[in-house]
Structure formats: C-alpha cells, structure tokens
Design a binder for this molecule. Structure first.
Ligand code: PBG
Length: 324
C-alpha cells in the first residue's frame, strides 16, 4: 500500500489549487506608502539609513504619489520636514506648512489617491519630543492636545482624507474628533496609532526627520514593548474616543497584538512596518543573506495573516510591482 498523501500535499499540487485554498491575500490595495516631504525646489535627498527612500520637495512628492497610484497603491502617508523647528512645533499647524502644501499639491494632481497625514509635533519641535514641554522637561499632555487639534484642523482644511495622530498623548483621539467636528470636518476619519511602542525600530525614521529627542526618550508616552494588555486598553480607549481605524506599530515584533486587537475590537486595523524593519531587510538583501523579493512578500503576508487590513510600508511600491 502506498503511503497516503496528506490533504495539503494534494492541494499544493498546482499553482491554481494553491491559490484557491490560500487563506491570506496580499495585494497592492492593502498598502500605504509613507513619504517624507521637504521644502525647497527640485530636492531629492537620499536618507542614508533608508535605502531607496528620499526626502522629496513637493514636485517630486507629487511624482512619487502618482507612481504609487499607478501601481495600485491606494494611499500615501505624509511626514513633513519643516524649514525651521521651534519649542512648540508651530510648523505643524502653519497653513503654508510643508504638510499642508504637499497635501494640496497631491490632492490636486492625483485626486483619487488617499492622502493620510501624520499628526505629531516631533518633526516640528526643536527638542524632538511629541508635545510641548513643562519647565522640568516633561511633556505637558493637555497643552499638547490644543496644538494637535489645531494641526488636525489645518490638515483637514488642506484636503487630508485621513488624519493619523502618532503622538500617543492621552485623550487625543476624542479631542481631535471634537475639533474636527466643530470645524465641519465631520467626514474626516481618524487613523489612531493606538498601540505605538517605544521602539528601537524607529531609528532610520528619526534620522530622516531629524526628530531624535534632544534629551530623554519617549517612554513617558509610548508603550513598553513588554506590555500587551496595556496595548489592548489603549486600543479600546481609542475606539471609545471615536477612532475609525486603529494601528499597531511597529508590526513584525508585535504580530500577537495585531491579532488580539483585531479579534477583540473587530475594528479596521492598520499595521506600520516601520523604518527599522525596512532597513533590516534591505541590509540583509544587500549582503545577499536574503532574497529581497521573497523576504518582503513573506513579511507583508505575515502581517496581513496576523490580522492587519492595511499595511503601511516603505516596501509598498516594490511590493506592488512584484504583486502585479
Ligand atoms: C512620529 C512618528 C515616528 C514614526 C512615525 N511617526 C517616530 C517616533 O515616534 O519616534 C516612526 C515610523 C518609522 O520608523 O518608520 N511620532
């Protein structure tokens, strides 16, 4: 008697059968492409620790946005690099600020592309913290909320389709929701960075945005990587406060929380495959340790399998090409 074939072996026999029983789909439609936009003319400045990702002046950002859309990527996430930073981060809510200008330009040129705006002060403050400081150097949560609300309203006014607060101040989602509603932006949804961990994997981003805190760290407001239950509590609070989409960040070291938050809240869920996760695969691919294409697609599929509806990733354009 021949050894009986296992069910999965029969189902793996052809590509079509494998496709038919595949549990997780990954497509360009699930991806969001992050971009760093800077002032200046004809500026395209490589970021040393993020190979393939550049700081872009507005016209170049529009070109990249158009390219992403043409590849089937439905959304970009914008980070602004202001011309000057100050204690309060006033560049964040300037009507002629970099995010506001870039949002208008991209919405004009590629109206069908979803523009998500990152909402945080750390790219705009001279000290690099995500909020305004008290005299003792600690972040003043409540004073920061007013500035975040102002920034959210100015981003919505510029045409942002989705506002993404990444600051992790307490009560921000409800506060921003109220401010948006009062200004008549009742249809602008909020993508809340609900479970944002104090992570070493943001290294290249801070390089790109020059936003490493001048002193101290972000452990006062970002989550301890050891705390999963706390991440769930944060996610529930954001739901109560009116978040439309939740986020877990980074992605790969926190797949368990993507799954738990998806299961427990049933909310639309994004995962941010952050700069350090990207840099890690790029570096390994550059030495020949990994095949970039298969490693990236495996990682992104894993994030989807864990429960993320949306994957924010610097690999978005490459992945979209590979998935075509
Ligand atoms: C701003 C912000 C950060 C990232 C996204 N928004 C950095 C941080 O908290 O220091 C990191 C994204 C990445 O690493 O790709 N608060």
């Amino acid at each position: 008697m021949p050894f009986p074939q296992t069910r999965m072996r029969r189902l793996r026999a052809t590509r079509a059968l494998r496709g038919l029983v595949r549990e997780t789909q990954l497509s360009a439609q699930d991806l969001v492409y992050p971009m760093f936009v800077a002032h200046g003319v004809d500026r395209r400045e490589p970021i040393g620790t993020l190979p393939g990702i550049d700081r872009l002046s507005i016209a170049h950002a529009v070109d990249e946005a158009r390219e992403a859309a043409a590849l089937g990527v439905p959304a970009v996430l914008l980070f602004g690099l202001p011309a000057a930073k100050d204690e309060q981060g006033s560049g964040a809510w300037d009507e002629e600020g970099i995010i506001q200008l870039a949002t208008r330009a991209i919405k004009d040129a590629v109206p069908e592309l979803i523009v998500v705006t990152d909402l945080c002060l750390c790219e705009y403050t001279s000290h690099g913290h995500c909020g305004v400081l008290r005299s003792d150097g600690s972040v003043d949560n409540d004073a920061t909320l007013d500035l975040l609300a102002r920034t959210a309203v100015s981003q919505a006014r510029a045409g942002a389709d989705l506002i993404a607060p990444s600051d992790m101040m307490d009560g921000r989602v409800g506060f921003i929701r109220t401010a948006l509603d009062e200004e008549g932006n009742t249809d602008t949804p909020i993508l809340a960075y609900s479970a944002k961990f104090a992570s070493a994997f943001y290294g290249p981003f801070r390089d790109a945005a020059d936003s490493t805190p001048a002193f101290g760290d972000r452990r006062g407001y970002q989550l301890d990587p050891a705390n999963g239950n706390e991440a769930l509590r944060e996610a529930r609070l954001d739901v109560e406060e009116g978040a439309d989409i939740l986020m877990v960040k980074p992605a790969l070291p926190y797949l368990d929380l993507i799954r738990r938050i998806k299961d427990e809240t049933g909310m639309p869920l994004a995962a941010y495959n952050v700069s350090g996760e990207y840099a890690m695969l790029k570096a390994a691919a550059a030495t020949g340790a990994l095949d970039e294409r298969s490693a990236v697609l495996e990682a992104l599929t894993g994030i989807r399998r864990a429960g993320a509806d949306i994957v924010i990733t610097y690999h978005a354009k490459d992945a979209a090409r590979w998935l075509e």
